[in-house]
Ligand binder design. Structure first.
Ligand code: ADP
Length: 496
């Protein structure tokens, strides 16, 4: 009897495996952290073989620790850190270099040159992305240009490129399948998200041979089966999506205008924009949300650099709280922030301000201000920053957002969630299972394998922990937002 769907959640700091039952409950969870490699200032790498070994051992342990058998597993869904780039030898399977991680800034110069050459508009129009070292294209180019023999091999068709999903599929199928899904392809900066194909012009600009690229398939489709020599069992790989897109799917944001925010170290918002790729010039990214069957859904993506990290600062830098959870307890000791605003622009500000020179500010302090006001104002800053991005998405698309689905560590904070609801003026929906990324991969796989009949079927079974409704009126909202805007204006351009 089949009971579980296996989600492989390959993240930036750990490889995790979760077994979900059909109702989306967690039956088993195993996490294996792995080392980050920092070869020089601003460079970040992972060992591809360690990614593989931690992922496969997490999977094996997740099955063994609950006494399950491989025969009880329907199949595997994969979700992964996006953009991270691996090139390996097609014949030996050996990586020619470490994985260059999305955070790695080594290709900043290449990106500057592309911008100076005037490619920004062309690249945005085709890929929905801004020119930045995050995305895979310049990382591939760097490996081809800097690893001895790599370019010759690539041109002979002896190399494979993959994001982490592609690497895991290749390893799980013992080299039989070289494929990725729409969501991961859409983060490479080589994929034309409108034509749904690798783009010849971009391949020329980045000087990357097409022969190294994987086949691109719908996120919910059969990618292959695991080789018997790997797990001792042939399991279908039925779903693949990059982490943020998987979370959007796991949150069942299936309708146009449905949006989720993940409150982690930073905050990531993705909004389903249906079958329309809204390409905007306001700093938001356009990306593929998923492909299911022959239908492709697009999303707008915006992020906040400093979200939960501001709570970490209260704890580790300011020593005002002992744990992140304490922030709620202390913030509740005052009825509001007493007119204090904290703008945690520690690394500058992103959308909609786009100012790398902005720096943090605490303003509105009076003799009556105490530490609880500062804690409360810091918590509220997470909600204000989220609101700025969401309002920008609404303005850019004309789509009215009617509720916000939340996950990530700080979404557990009830005070933050009610303030978020008040300042947005819409309900906040928090799911019972906050492992939405892994759940999204499991759903995509379950959909392929017929565990779920349809996306409606998935959405019907989705359980909600709480819905938080706004209690404040438009006048209150307008006043608060005006004060926030004032505070932000005062921190812009601070660091010359
Ligand atoms: P990441 O995946 O980026 O590591 P997580 O989703 O695990 O992030 O969330 C951790 C972040 O959330 C931390 O920055 C932490 O400060 C913040 N956080 C965790 N719990 C709370 C809480 N109850 N209230 C406010 N912030 C919290």
């Amino acid at each position: 009897m089949k009971k579980y769907i296996m989600a492989l959640d390959q993240g930036t700091t750990s490889s995790r495996c979760i077994l979900f039952d059909k109702d989306g409950n967690i039956a088993s969870l195993v996490q294996r952290e792995f080392p980050q490699i920092f070869p020089s200032e601003g460079w970040v790498e992972h060992d591809p073989m360690v990614i593989w070994s931690t992922q496969i051992s997490a999977a094996t342990e997740a099955v063994l620790k609950i006494g399950a058998s491989w025969g009880e597993i329907y199949g595997i869904g994969i979700t992964n850190q996006r953009e991270t780039t691996i090139l390996w030898d097609k014949h030996t399977g050996e990586p020619v270099y470490n994985a260059i991680v999305w955070q790695c800034r080594r290709t900043a110069r290449i990106c500057e040159e592309l911008k100076e050459a005037g490619y920004s508009h062309l690249i945005k129009g085709k890929t929905g992305l801004l020119i930045d070292p995050y995305f895979s294209a310049t990382k591939i180019k760097w490996i081809l240009d800097n690893v001895e023999g790599a370019r010759e091999k690539a041109e002979r068709g002896d190399l494979c490129f993959g994001t982490i999903d592609t690497w895991l599929i290749w390893k799980l199928t013992a080299g039989k399948v070289h494929a990725t899904d729409y969501t991961n392809a859409s983060r490479t900066m080589l994929y034309n998200i409108k034509e749904l194909d690798w783009d010849e012009e971009l391949l020329r600009i980045f000087d990357i041979p097409r022969a190294i690229l994987p086949e691109v398939r719908p996120s919910s489709s059969l990618f292959g089966v695991t080789d018997k020599g790997i797990l001792g069992y042939e399991l279908p790989i039925g779903g693949v999506a990059g982490d943020q897109q998987a979370a959007l799917f796991g949150q069942c944001c299936f309708g146009k205008g449905d949006i989720k925010n993940t409150y982690g170290t930073g905050a990531f918002m993705l909004m389903n924009t249906g079958d329309v790729p809204y390409i905007t010039d306001d700093g938001l990214l356009t990306t593929i949300a998923w492909g299911v069957g022959d239908k492709v859904i697009y999303a707008l993506e915006g992020s906040v650099f400093t979200c939960g990290a501001a709570i970490q600062w209260l704890r580790d830098g300011m020593k005002l709280i002992e744990s992140a959870q304490d922030s709620e307890y202390y913030a509740r000791k005052v009825p509001d922030s007493g007119g204090v605003m904290v703008v945690p622009a520690f690394q500058g500000l992103g959308a909609p301000w786009w100012d790398p020179y902005a720096r943090g500010i605490i303003i509105g302090i009076t003799r009556a201000t105490n530490k609880y006001h500062i804690i409360r104002a810091t918590l509220e800053s997470l909600a204000y920053q989220t609101t700025d991005v969401i309002n920008l998405m609404e303005e850019s698309t004309g789509i009215k957002i009617t509720s916000l689905k939340v996950d990530g560590g700080a979404s557990a904070n009830n005070l933050l969630m009610s303030f978020q609801s008040d300042i947005l003026g819409i309900p906040i929906i928090r799911p019972s299972c906050i492992e939405t990324t892994a759940l999204g991969a499991a759903y995509l796989c379950g959909l392929t394998l017929g565990v779920y009949k349809s996306m409606e079927d998935i959405a019907m079974g989705k359980r909600i922990d709480s819905i938080i409704n706004p209690e404040m009126d438009d006048g209150w909202r307008a006043e608060k937002k005006a004060i926030w805007k004032n505070a932000v204006n005062r921190c812009l351009g601070w660091k010359a």
